[in-house]
Design a binder for this molecule. Structure first.
Ligand SMILES: C[S@@+](CC[C@H](N)C(=O)[O-])C[C@H]1O[C@@H](n2cnc3c(N)ncnc32)[C@H](O)[C@@H]1O
Length: 234
């Protein structure tokens, strides 16, 4: 796991509040795929510092469970939200073993799935845990954007990519899986879910005030992909 989400968890929590990639591109684009969440039972897979938890609490959900592989992140969420959230450590590559069948109206998983090699157990458990009319919204790296860092040159082959990101102001090593759109879609549909919406996101105009060049880049290039999927009704 990258030190970004362990050693630097506190700094990461601070930065994502108002940076371009998270606050002005990823979050508004993910939230645009959600319906009204008031009174809903919600799960946040790979919750990080709890920036979505804050939004869900403010939007009056009925219950909120947050999980992350990083104990540092889970501690941050517990310290910030106390009993308003049930937060616990979980490697979501194992699915959601502690969650009962048919128990969640909404599952979100923003910017986490590129850290998971095999998506099959994730979507299998999402399908099991969602209520009949429940849905999942997730974001991940856009497959076309990530193909730019491919060493294999084979778009269709899953590939472990190592980079340094300046997210927190100093370079930190981050590794993730680059995969094709086909692989993502197959993992969803093989689990008995269907895709009801796909978006490539849209950067907020405010980003221009922070960095004209980043704003222009994101206005012209895909960076993340946003998918909403639901249970196939039988
Ligand atoms: C880019 S951050 C996103 C955090 C949060 N979803 C957000 O949007 O602010 C990625 C998070 O995924 C977590 N993560 C990575 N691999 C994971 C895994 N296998 N299971 C659970 N969480 C994981 C990291 O610890 C980190 O908190």
């Amino acid at each position: 796991m990258s030190e970004m989400y362990t050693k630097h968890a506190v700094k990461y929590a601070e930065v994502v509040k108002d940076n371009i990639y998270n606050a002005l591109l990823e979050r508004p684009s993910t939230l645009a795929l959600l319906d009204n969440v008031k009174g809903k039972d919600v799960i946040d897979m790979g919750c990080g510092s709890g920036i979505y938890a804050d939004w869900f609490i403010k939007h009056s959900v009925n219950s909120l469970k947050c999980m992350d592989i990083s104990e540092d992140m889970v501690s941050l969420v517990k310290d910030t939200f106390g009993e308003q959230v049930h937060a616990y450590t979980q490697d979501i590559s194992q699915g959601l073993p502690l969650e009962p069948d048919n128990s969640a109206d909404v599952i979100i998983c923003p910017l986490v799935l590129h850290y998971v090699a095999d998506l099959a157990p994730v979507f299998k458990d999402v399908q099991r845990v969602l209520k009949e009319d429940g849905y999942m919204v997730f974001s991940t790296h856009h497959p076309f954007a990530d193909f730019e860092c491919s060493k294999s040159g084979n778009y269709f082959e899953r590939e472990w990519v190592e980079e340094e990101w300046d997210t927190i102001g100093t370079p930190v090593k981050v590794s993730f899986y680059r995969r094709s759109l086909t692989e993502i879609c197959r993992a969803i549909t093989s689990a008995g879910l269907y895709i009801s919406q796909i978006s490539e996101g849209s950067v907020d105009e405010q980003a221009r005030e922070i960095s004209e060049s980043t704003y222009n880049h994101l206005k012209n290039n895909p960076n993340f992909i946003f998918i909403r999927c639901e249970k196939v009704r039988t």
